[in-house]
Design a protein around this ligand. Structure first.
Ligand SMILES: *Cc1c(COP(=O)(O)O)cnc(C)c1O
Length: 496
């Protein structure tokens, strides 16, 4: 299968798309078509372990990888010594027709591990296939979770290095410590004086800069991306939607072929885009519900057809979704523009030059057949954490709570009682101060550091503190670099 750029032009293989990250014209790589699967194919996934489910989906897309490479990569990525639940992506029943899909059982406690445990294997194989001798320098902009997941994935992987930029004041205490205590001889973590959009724009500018590429090349290095703009991030995320559905059908909760809704807490639009890819491949999905926090640019987009960044950026209790420019939306735009790369280029230019674009009423209506959207502010999110705990005994993180609240609003508004899966993207212990405050009041966290909050949350709920969080207490901080958000400073920081 070939891969195209969303802005037209380029045709590459899967391994080339994964190696490059971003297309030379600034577009994102997309598959030439969506492979189709049958109901029987989906149902059969329930009989095999997660690693094999992943191999089954990947082999439909990564045609220039051998079956053996895919088997080895998925077996290494989704193994019992890396994930603390044998199901890898377990389903948890919440109430009669609602489930949680738990994607935080990997080493860094957020759903980013689902792709970033696998990506380094795909990148190494891609480098070999394409005769790439230079060091693969992975550049990452993170809103908090991608950074640590990428660092863990690429740490000490021969022939690679990994540099992460995070917004200096935009991540939780646990997220920051997870990153700044990372070991490994090939990792670097740099705080940017700005927000996530500044970090992401800076990284995108480095990718687009010929001069920077030349400087990297002169030092024997070539850039690649571990952000969800890389197709290698997207395809592993398609897997868990099939996996969740197969598990539901096998348990008898739904009939195979019955429609379900997925509710996805959304920032860069990578996770929910993977759900949409799954639907296009034949997964029986009724609605995809896009859940945002107070940075509700996507809610407005689905409501009006206008994407506008003329708005205030808020820091919220769900920092991994504090994003105004959702990169992966471009892949959805490409499909609703009937794969017209010219039109996508126009929209993207308008976004860059004037901060907004409009897809028009007809396309908006088309999208609304599949997508619904909603948002929840910090207060609603906290209330949802408390309500869910009281009702089900389940402790969810702030991002998952945004999704649960948006689902409740959606059901109230539409009376749509289709079985729904809430995608649970992080362990509550990554955001333990806000989760504890939601459960026992703001005064209960006053003066406590993240570790004290974690201990208190464990005492209150009986959910054990994950060993990864406990370990942070003892680990030395190894990364203290800070840089300004202008392109020259970020370039120098990478090359330093
Ligand atoms: C990254 C992240 C999200 C948002 O996912 P996108 O693919 O960027 O839409 C939601 N929740 C958590 C915990 C995350 O780390």
């Amino acid at each position: 299968m070939s891969y195209f750029s969303t802005r037209g032009g380029t045709v590459v293989t899967a391994s080339q798309a994964i190696l490059a990250g971003l297309a030379p014209n600034g577009g994102l790589y997309v598959p030439a078509m969506f492979p189709q699967v049958s109901r029987q194919w989906i149902a059969a996934l329930a009989q095999i372990p997660y690693a094999k489910r992943a191999a089954a989906v990947l082999s439909l897309y990564l045609e220039d990888y051998t079956p053996q490479q895919i088997e080895e990569a998925t077996a290494a990525a989704y193994s019992a010594d890396r994930f603390d639940d044998p199901a890898i992506a377990p389903m948890r029943h919440l109430d009669s027709n609602t489930w949680l899909l738990e994607l935080f059982h990997g080493p860094t406690l957020a759903f980013k591990d689902m792709a970033l445990q696998l990506l380094p294997h795909l990148v190494r194989d891609a480098a070999r296939k394409n005769g790439e001798q230079r060091e693969i320098s992975i550049l990452v902009a993170t809103s908090g979770d991608t950074g640590k997941a990428a660092l863990e994935g690429f740490r000490d992987v021969p022939g690679t290095s990994c540099t992460v930029f995070y917004p200096k004041k935009g991540v939780s205490a646990v997220q920051q410590l997870q990153m700044t205590t990372t070991g490994g001889s090939n990792t670097r973590v740099i705080a940017v004086e700005g927000n996530f959009d500044d970090a992401q724009t800076g990284v995108k500018n480095l990718f687009a800069s010929k001069e920077f590429a030349d400087r990297m090349n002169a030092s024997g290095r070539v850039l690649s991306s571990a952000n969800s703009i890389n197709f290698g991030r997207l395809v592993p995320q398609v897997v868990y939607y099939f996996s969740a559905y197969a598990d539901l059908a096998a348990s008898g909760a739904i009939a195979c072929g019955e429609l379900v809704n997925f509710v996805v807490p959304t920032g860069n639009f990578g996770d929910i885009l993977a759900a949409w890819y799954a639907k296009n491949m034949g997964l029986p999905v009724h609605r995809l519900i896009c859940a945002s926090n107070r940075n509700n640019v996507l809610t407005d987009f689905f409501d009006t057809g206008i994407y506008s960044t003329h708005r205030v950026f808020f820091r919220t209790t769900s920092p991994s979704m504090d994003i105004l420019v959702s990169s992966n939306l471009e892949r959805l735009l490409y499909e609703i523009a009937d794969r017209d790369g010219e039109l996508v280029s126009v929209w993207m230019r308008q976004l860059k030059e004037s901060g907004s674009y409009s897809i028009g009423d007809q396309r908006r209506e088309e999208l609304s057949k599949t997508f619904a959207a909603g948002c929840a502010d910090d207060k609603q999110t906290a209330a949802e954490i408390a309500a869910l705990y009281a009702r089900t005994g389940c402790v969810v993180d702030t991002h998952t709570a945004v999704a649960a609240r948006v689902l409740a609003d959606y059901r109230y508004r539409t009376h749509d009682q289709t079985p729904a899966v809430v995608v649970s993207t992080a362990s509550p212990y990554k955001f333990c101060a806000d989760v504890l405050a939601a459960l026992s009041g703001a005064e209960s966290v006053a003066g406590l550091d993240a570790f004290a909050c974690a201990d208190k949350l464990e005492q209150l709920t009986g959910v054990p503190v994950p060993p990864q969080v406990r370990a942070l207490r003892e680990l030395p901080v190894r990364h203290t670099a800070v840089c300004a958000k202008d392109p020259a400073s970020m370039a120098d920081a990478v090359l330093a």
